[in-house]
Design a protein around this ligand. Structure first.
Ligand SMILES: Cc1cc2nc3c(=O)[nH]c(=O)nc-3n(C[C@H](O)[C@H](O)[C@H](O)COP(=O)(O)O)c2cc1C
Length: 295
């Protein structure tokens, strides 16, 4: 099969949109609402708020824009970064129950069978805008979500990857060891059966990356992708961590540029996703956690 001419490079526009200018801090207290409880000062991890009657903000301190002051205020008196506290989602009583979270965590399975159907772009955007609430070291918030939103783009990527791998295999350049074995197998089943074991036939792909010079890019990337995974499954979507595509990237380094991932970024991981063509009826039964108790 020939790769279609369709490009799958992310439009630059979308990449630029992810790199917003940082807003100025603009700490404000609504004095009519403030009850001088001191919660904002007590919870500020950078210690830049002190109580002098009303809260006072130290402009020269090391505020890292976590918005805890806005989030913790019982009366919604604190605004920072130009945010109106009334625009935040109220939290009282709205967390999922432990049993709901347990079902989600234990019931999530790696999905390897997908419907040939696009996930609505609005839903993908919603999930990404939730996943970006995942914690990042020093609140860097630098995760770039590189996403394949359309099946036709995914199909072009799939064909391109299979062709690249096929060329590497045919020229005898697959590496020794398990990467070479997996990639060789992927080419074989694609050519002989039209079966895609790299993306498992998924209609969408998500890759997280973070600036190399951010404080914790490795951790931030994985936490963001895990957060995406959990909210995706809560919506009934399926996902699978895509180690085989990571192997492809290790063999075809030029692909990251074609995907629009900046050179200065550390790639975290890839995850295929879409509407599942499989429904799991019960949890698997894992061995108890391996625990090392420090005494
Ligand atoms: C880092 C990582 C990479 C993975 N890579 C792949 C992959 O390339 N293809 C695949 O089908 N499954 C992949 N998986 C899924 C694992 O095989 C799966 O999580 C494991 O078998 C347990 O199954 P479960 O996720 O349904 O609980 C990967 C999982 C992780 C955590």
């Amino acid at each position: 099969m020939k790769a279609s001419k369709l490009t799958y490079m992310n439009p630059l526009r979308e990449k630029e949109a992810a790199v917003e200018e940082k807003p100025i801090i603009n700490f404000r207290v609504n004095e009519e609402r403030c009850i001088q409880c001191g919660e904002c000062a007590a919870d500020c991890p950078a210690g830049v708020i002190t109580m002098d009657g009303n809260p006072k903000f130290n402009e020269d301190g090391g505020c890292f824009r976590c918005q805890h002051c806005l989030a913790v205020c019982p009366t919604g008196a604190v605004s920072i970064l130009g945010k109106n506290p009334d625009d935040s989602q109220a939290l009282a009583g709205s967390f999922p129950s432990p049993s709901q979270m347990t079902a989600l965590i234990k019931g999530r399975r790696s999905v390897r069978r997908y419907k040939d159907e696009d996930v609505a772009t609005g839903l993908i955007d919603e999930l990404l805008n939730i996943a970006c609430h995942a914690p990042t070291g020093v609140n860097a918030q630098g995760i770039l979500f590189t996403v394949v939103k359309e099946r036709k783009v995914m199909n072009a990527l799939r064909l391109d990857v299979m062709e690249r791998l096929g060329r590497i295999k045919d020229s005898g350049e697959l590496p020794e060891g398990f990467v070479g074995q997996y990639m060789g197998w992927a080419v074989k089943v694609w050519r002989e059966e039209g079966r895609d074991i790299i993306f498992r036939g998924a209609p969408h792909l998500l890759i997280t990356s973070a600036p190399n010079d951010s404080p914790c890019p490795t951790q931030d990337n994985i936490i963001a992708l895990t957060t995406f995974q959990m909210i995706a499954h809560a919506h009934g979507l399926g996902t699978v961590w895509d180690g085989l595509f990571m192997m492809v990237l290790s063999l075809c380094a030029e692909l990251t540029g074609r995907l629009g991932i900046p050179d200065q970024h550390l790639i975290g991981y890839a995850m295929a996703f879409g509407w599942p063509a499989v429904e799991y009826q019960r949890t698997v039964q894992r061995a108890p956690a391996l625990v090392n108790v420090v005494r």
